[in-house]
Design a binder for this molecule. Sequence first.
Ligand SMILES: *[C@@H]1O[C@H](CO)[C@@H](O)[C@H](O)[C@H]1NC(C)=O
Ligand SMILES: *[C@@H]1O[C@H](CO)[C@@H](O)[C@H](O)[C@H]1NC(C)=O
Length: 231
Amino acid sequence: MGPLKPFSLFIYLIITVFVDYTNAAIFDIINNCSFTVWAAAVPGGGRQLDRGQTWTLDVGNGTTGVYRIWARTGCSFDGAGRGKCQTGDCTGLLQCQGYGTPPNTLAEFSLNQFNNMDLFDLSLIDGFNVPMGLSPNSETCSGTRGVRCTGDINGECPNELRVPGGCNHPCTVFGTNQYCCYSGPCIPTGYLRLFSDKCPDAYSYPRDGGTSTLTCPGGTNYRVVFCPSSI
Ligand SMILES: *[C@@H]1O[C@H](CO)[C@@H](O)[C@H](O)[C@H]1NC(C)=O
Ligand SMILES: *[C@@H]1O[C@H](CO)[C@@H](O)[C@H](O)[C@H]1NC(C)=O
């Protein structure tokens, strides 16, 4: 039986690789806002989404890595896909290659990590522009609820943080340890309270202990909704 063992291992590896490569993760990115947004995904690019439109982004089979998805607002682009956005702009490109200029609400995914699990969360570390919701969209993770951030952060944004179309994170504006939590314990005080109170399920500061990162098996599909229902 000895000689068979390496062969069995070989077969096992073939099957494992095959299974990994058939786990295609699909993001359905839905604009439920009453206004047009320009969705951005890095990697992935970008697309104009009118009210009610969906961008189906197939991130490929067995993809490993970090994905960021956000909404840009107030954009105008020329025929070559160059222009500018009021919030979330990525160096003026319709097809984003780099991250957006704050403020922008963020969905973050780490796909196919340890034990072949996906990790995901909503983050306000780069501030807030548009309400967002994030949930698994396949049977493989039907037991996991989603997260949403629908609090009226723009409406209650203090003047010091307010910019057209959004609300900056206090770390972006002040850069102090109190808000950026470079070292020591991180406590949501002052301006951070707005973010943690309005969207308790989102990361509002580094090492935000009140928030759990959600997990699903690798290959799960996801739904990202801009302006989800607030219930
Ligand atoms: C990805 O998986 C699908 C089936 O889920 C398959 O049809 C396709 O050929 C695969 N692509 C690659 C590059 O392996
Ligand atoms: C879209 O928004 C409406 C309210 O404006 C809400 O009733 C609906 O559930 C939302 N859809 C999603 C997918 O969140």
